[in-house]
Design a protein around this ligand. Structure first.
Ligand SMILES: [Zn+2]
Length: 604
């Protein structure tokens, strides 16, 4: 965890108030809540163990009572777990908070083990009985989560087998993954700076590839890949082992192909993903157009890998926290006054921690807590335009969670991964559009616009490239070991169509696969990023076409939370995820932005 250094910025003193959860790590109410949730889980087990998977299935009343009881347990777990992680994020060096977090984690893990039987029993209920229960109107609010749970029935092993897999994983696939993380976070990249060589972490070295000075970018690039090269054998071995483990588990769990488990988790139809990826590839020419523009702006015939994120023009414009708040609320009010009202509560009721201070966790996030409690936002505001957009992004999550929390129970609260970034990115684009319009100079507008286009391309195009690379690797592993040479080849082949002849890949870039944590942590994770970004771009295009008429349907989408699969959530908006035309809409929006950047470049 990186801790930002203390700086005085306009957000000094902007801290959240966690007392809606607990007053502090030593609050007696926290200890009492831990005891209560433990007892409540024990009561749940005593009342329901062995009563769900019974001949003929449980009665509607019985199942409903169980689900409501479990809802209470989940709500208490959500409050406790959220408090512990939020307090820790705000003050990672505080020993009392560290101890409280340990205590909460241990107790909640025990609670999870106590209630685990319920899902296993439900999965085992006979098909006809489960269907009858899920169709009953009294269980309507619970049917979706019950259905999702049942999707895992054919892929779940017996209880002793599941326990053994979990225990063996600790010294198996989990250990390999830990080795990767330890190796990667311990990496020190020797980068020449001011006549000396400085050893810096990988993230910091990648940041230097965004430096305005090309020689700095190139030096960072060379240093990163020169460091990764000699580790190729180790990194390929770790990846090969993990892929083989997953393929073995796929066979034992009866998953038909390497992407099936992730599709199931995402509640996504495989056909929608294939259509989406094909449309992405049909639009690689937009990336080529952009790289050519970028080359022109940088004064290069052909930019290379280490030029792709070079800043264009002045991006140093400052934006104070309060000024940013006014702009964000104004932009949101232009979309929907109700959205602005929700966002205003985050500011007025201290649901945001924006101050930069020692010991606070880096980055930014929004934590949904539970439907019964409002969300909290953490960010580190340093007065840049980027930070203002980050706050807008997190407020988008906050509005989503707030709306879903008012409309849904805890089972239906969190949307699945592909739609989880809808409101956040939508809010970010809304505020971005408002900001661009307010920028005085053409050069400032261009700086903002190129940054955003590059973020979008890194999501829609590059994450698609990563998915194609994984597909190749998993297909190959069925018949051979994954050697460094094979992986370098797959990586190159997956990237080549994206960069085309408009951007020069470097020899070092052949090792680009070897540090990416998603491949290790969760396979086929990255297509959900593509999905989310394109969905939002398409929704934004629909908003620009329909204006105010778009807002009620969009609001209902957010209120729906995770109460249905993505394709069912967006259907009321007239969206069919298996249609090419829908996915193309997102690229039409991206093309519009690229054309705008070209115009601005002509004017500058
Ligand atoms: Zn987000």
């Amino acid at each position: 965890m990186t801790s930002p250094v203390a700086t005085t910025t306009s957000a000094a003193g902007v801290r959240w108030d966690l007392s809606d959860l607990f007053a502090g790590p030593d609050d007696p109410a926290l200890a009492a809540a831990l005891d209560r949730v433990t007892r409540d889980a024990d009561d749940f087990a005593a009342a329901y163990r062995g009563t769900i998977n019974v001949v003929g299935g449980p009665s509607v009343e019985h199942l409903l009572a169980a689900l409501r009881h479990l809802e209470r347990v989940y709500d208490a777990q959500g409050r406790l777990g959220s408090y512990a992680s939020l307090a820790f994020a705000a003050d990672t060096q505080n020993v009392a908070i560290q101890n409280a977090q340990q205590r909460v984690q241990q107790r909640l893990t025990a609670v999870n083990n106590t209630t685990l039987f319920f899902d296993l029993e439900w999965q085992a209920v006979a098909e006809a009985d489960a269907e009858r229960l899920m169709a009953d109107p009294r269980l309507a609010d619970y049917a979706h989560s019950r259905r999702v749970e049942r999707l895992y029935t054919p892929h779940t092993l017996s209880e002793p087998e599941e326990k053994m897999v979990r225990e063996k994983d600790l010294s198996g696939v989990t250990a390999w993954s830990r080795l990767f993380t330890e190796q990667t976070s311990a990496l020190l990249i020797p980068v020449p700076r001011d006549g000396k060589v400085e050893a810096i972490p990988l993230d910091a070295a990648f940041n230097l590839m965004r430096d305005p000075d090309r020689s700095v970018r190139r030096a960072a690039h060379d240093a990163v890949y020169d460091t990764l090269k000699p580790q190729e054998q180790l990194r390929a071995f770790i990846y090969d082992t993990i892929v083989q483990d997953r393929l073995t588990m796929d066979r034992l769990r009866h998953y038909p192909d390497p992407m099936a488990a992730q599709h199931l988790y995402n509640e996504i139809q495989p056909a929608a993903v294939e259509t989406m990826m094909a449309v992405v590839e049909d639009n690689y020419h937009l990336a080529h157009d952009y790289w050519r523009l970028k080359g022109r702006l940088l004064g290069l015939d052909k930019p290379t890998i280490y030029d792709q994120y070079a800043p264009i023009g002045q991006t140093a414009r400052q934006l104070g926290y309060d000024e940013a708040r006014d702009i964000i609320l104004e932009a949101l009010a232009g979309f929907s006054p109700a959205f602005a009202d929700i966002a205003r509560q985050f500011y007025d009721k201290s649901w945001i921690d924006a101050e930069v201070r020692p010991g606070k966790s880096g980055g930014a996030f929004c934590s949904g807590v539970t439907p019964a409690v409002h969300p909290y936002i953490l960010c580190n505001y340093t007065d840049s335009l980027r930070d203002a957009l980050t706050v807008a992004h997190e407020l988008g999550h906050g509005i989503h969670d707030y709306l879903a929390g008012r409309a849904q129970n805890i089972y239906n609260y969190h949307p699945s991964l592909p739609v989880a970034e809808t409101a956040s990115v939508f809010a970010e684009i809304t505020v971005f559009d408002h900001l661009v319009a307010r920028q005085g100079s053409t050069a400032d507008q261009l700086a903002l616009l190129t940054g955003t286009i590059e973020d979008m391309m890194a999501t829609v195009f590059r994450q698609n490239v990563l998915t194609r690379y994984e597909q190749r690797a998993y297909a190959a592993r069925a018949s051979q070991r994954l050697t460094p040479d094979l992986l370098k080849g797959f990586w190159w082949d997956a990237n080549a169509p994206y960069y085309g002849d408009a951007l020069q890949m470097t020899d070092g870039y052949r090792w680009g696969w070897s540090y990416i944590p998603h491949f290790i942590g969760t396979r086929f994770y990255t297509y959900a990023y593509v999905f989310g970004e394109l969905l939002v771009l398409a929704l934004y295009q629909m908003y620009r076409e329909q204006g105010a008429a778009f807002v009620p349907g969009y609001t209902r989408l957010l209120e729906s939370g995770g109460s249905a699969a993505p394709q069912d959530l967006v259907r009321p908006l007239g969206i069919d995820l298996t249609e090419r035309a829908f996915w193309q809409k997102g690229f039409d929006e991206l093309a519009r932005l690229i054309r705008r950047a070209q115009q601005l470049a002509d004017e500058v």
